[in-house]
Design a protein around this ligand. Sequence first.
Ligand SMILES: [Zn+2]
Length: 503
Amino acid sequence: MVEILVEKLLTYAELKLALSTEDVKYYRNVLLNKFGLKKPYKGVINVSEIHSMNNPQMLIDELCELIKTKGLPPHLSFTDPEAVIVDILGMMTPIPSVVNYRFAKLLKKDSNRAIKYLYDLSIANNYIQQAKIDANIRWTAPLDVNYFEMTINLAKPEKDNKEVAKLLTEKPEDKYPSCPLCLENVGFGGNETTPPRQNLRAVPLMLDKEIWYLQYSPFVYYKDHIIVISEEHNPMTITPRIFSKLVAFVDLFPNLFIGSNSDIPIVGGSILNHEHFQGGAKVMPMFKAKDRYVLRHKNERKIKISILEWDSNVIKLESTSKRRLLEKAAEITANWLNYTNEELGIIPFTGETRHAAVTPIVVKEKRKYIMYIILRNNRTDDKYPTGIFHAHPEYHNIKKEGIGLIEQMGTFILPARLKSEFGLMEELYKKGVSGAEMISDHPTITKHAQFIKELMLSKIKPVEFETYAKNYMTEVCQNILRNTACFKADAAGQAAFIKFLQL
Ligand SMILES: [Zn+2]
């Protein structure tokens, strides 16, 4: 009965969301009213069961079951049980000023504790949908040198680069909230295009004399996946101002990395019209990569400059001097934005349109600052209309979205459809269906024709399908990363890369 669920929700909020006992009577009446109930349940509920919940999924499931058997309570303004729970848990989560106060207090003592506080709160109120995230498919893929972290993410919608570019031209005044990143999403009830965010809490940070906000990513691509967002709805621009903010961030959170996507379509992130960074635990495969080349230069004692042994073009700067690091980062970026090498197809502009961009990422190790600058270019031509230095068309069956900073660091987030598509191929392969039949009878897997062809030639045993498919996806992702490199791995590409660094 719904009355019991109300009591469970109140107990859950007390145990997991720090709802004060003083406020329980008040919220009981709010919930009774919300569900159209006349009086509360008087019996005893199982508190230890609620204590043992790691997230509110069981409460959502219970409401689903109640709606299925008894129909939707007449007073509810939502029809989706998950939206009902988000609304209720959002209401019983401490209000932003309280969260901000607690976060700031913890941050003064220990940044890890501050981050953990926001993380636990975000899971408890279902902003991070942990139950869904646990269902994602993950594996670590060793490569000849280095490794990748691979994830098929079941919650994240697949984006289209054309749509991403179109968003840039949208006028924010036409919409409320102006974009999915704007602070005005905190507490928002949701509409056709924007998800409900009653349970979102974003805490303010001072980054190099500007207020920015930190929140968790609802999709949690990796440990402590946070987003740091500017207060104003301004388009992304990667300039020395941004580098200073990244460095200021790691001074506050030395145990996290922070980076920004590039500021142009195809090579950038999915929301270019609002400045934001992405950060998290230092778990990215790229951080483990060795140097391929170390630049010898005067001033060597102050800064180390190297090219990373990596599939895309990563320059690594290391220095205990913030000033020196920032100066060098600005210099390399300015050089790249104007660098032309027609033989290699690297052209920074077409008329007024800029193609060159960088993706910066910063970490701190004890007193040393490390900045990774990834060189990007989004030019297209007749052969590669979706991008010369983007995933080439033969790999779009696996990933066609922009290859942003997370993939650049070796963590590949693949679309949910791959689970069902590869599941279907496995089932058909086990049944002994021919490759030609697979392709002609199942339109959803036609895009994987090349994989099917190779699979048929491989003659692997059906039990080996999963490993075979994962290896294939890893190989495709490595090729995609190589596609994004402007200086290719051949002798001419590497010689030009070193020459660029010496500019
Ligand atoms: Zn915005």
